[in-house]
Ligand binder design. Sequence first.
Ligand SMILES: Nc1ncnc2c1ncn2[C@@H]1O[C@H](COP(=O)(O)OP(=O)(O)OP(=O)(O)O)[C@@H](O)[C@H]1O
Ligand SMILES: [Mg+2]
Length: 378
Amino acid sequence: MSSSSLAYLENMARNYAIQAVLKDKEGNFGEAIKYYKGAIRVLTKIIQLYPNNALNTLYKEWIDQYKKRVKDLENLRTSLIPAYGGTQEKDSDIDDMILRDKPKVTFNDIADLRNAKKAITESIIYPTRRPDLFPLGWPRGILLFGPPGCGKTLLAAAVANEIKGAFIHADAASIMSKWLGDAEKKVARLFKKARELSSSGKPVIIFIDEVDSLLGTFSNEVGGEVRVRNQFLQEMDGLMDKSEKHFIFVIAATNKPWKLDNAFIRRFTKRIYVPLPNKRARIELLKLFMKKIKVSPNVDIEKLADMLEGYTGSDIRDIVMAAHLRTVSELFTKNGGKGEARPVTLEDFMFVLRDRKPSVSKDLVKVFDSWYSKFKAL
Ligand SMILES: Nc1ncnc2c1ncn2[C@@H]1O[C@H](COP(=O)(O)OP(=O)(O)OP(=O)(O)O)[C@@H](O)[C@H]1O
Ligand SMILES: [Mg+2]
């Protein structure tokens, strides 16, 4: 994969963030700061290089959160205050997670995923509009699962736009660093905040991205994950009480659902598989990513979609970008960057595809399929 591709950078930012949180937990603040700064640097680069990227508003929020954490850690280091020991509980932690700028993604910007959109519409959008039509209640917990790069985060971001309410966004990396210390109390406060926000009748979505790393069974107990998890389950039970007519939804996303245990999975009564794109979806993805670039008539979308079997949505985005980049760099080498780039041709795609394998293996897809068939009836 080319070192400038968006997926590569996103992955790099994620790895930095995970390392940062691990070091943060261990109390190794110097290292944590280094990794947070790495994540900030890469996310900033993404926003600069890809100003139209759908998830940039989320990335900006993360940058702000990591910057704040770096500042806190730097203060901690100089004043030698014990990490979280005597620090006061601040509701501003929770306020930080409420998205002020809604992401600029709507369902229309998401190729295919018809089943997922339908499930979300039926379980969130209809109940919030006409609760009277749902005498038996509606699901409060929705789990999005599937291989990396197929649109889970994108879907959740679009929900924020489709509902007129509050969206509390918590990705595992920023949550875990926030929730060091008396983690379970913060979980309780997060849900309390959600209840406050929804008391006027407006919907509130709590979105927990990469939930496996937060609540997965593998987590060690040193950091209090077990208590966090139990608190979380208890809060979910509170939400599921049918007599409560509030509009609080918890959407969790994971690409490793097998790391979640039954107690957790049972609370997510709606489980939505976000699979690798099929041919129809690949055609829609190609059309979506080609909207803003010139494409030669020799590019047969159907045929290209066949060639892209096994590739994820994010792979396809990167392939289109890389093919287009060839025309731009040609313009620079030949013309010094003046004039217009030529249209992207089938040969550009063939060239790019020569050294790109799908980022998800066939074996992994089988693991998802079998997990799904096992848990859909739970
Ligand atoms: N169905 C889709 N429609 C439009 N874009 C898509 C789609 N699927 C993937 N993409 C592109 O791939 C990128 C990555 O998607 P996203 O972050 O939603 O994946 P994910 O399923 O959350 O992956 P992970 O499990 O790694 O978090 C998106 O920002 C978008 O550019
Ligand atoms: Mg995601």
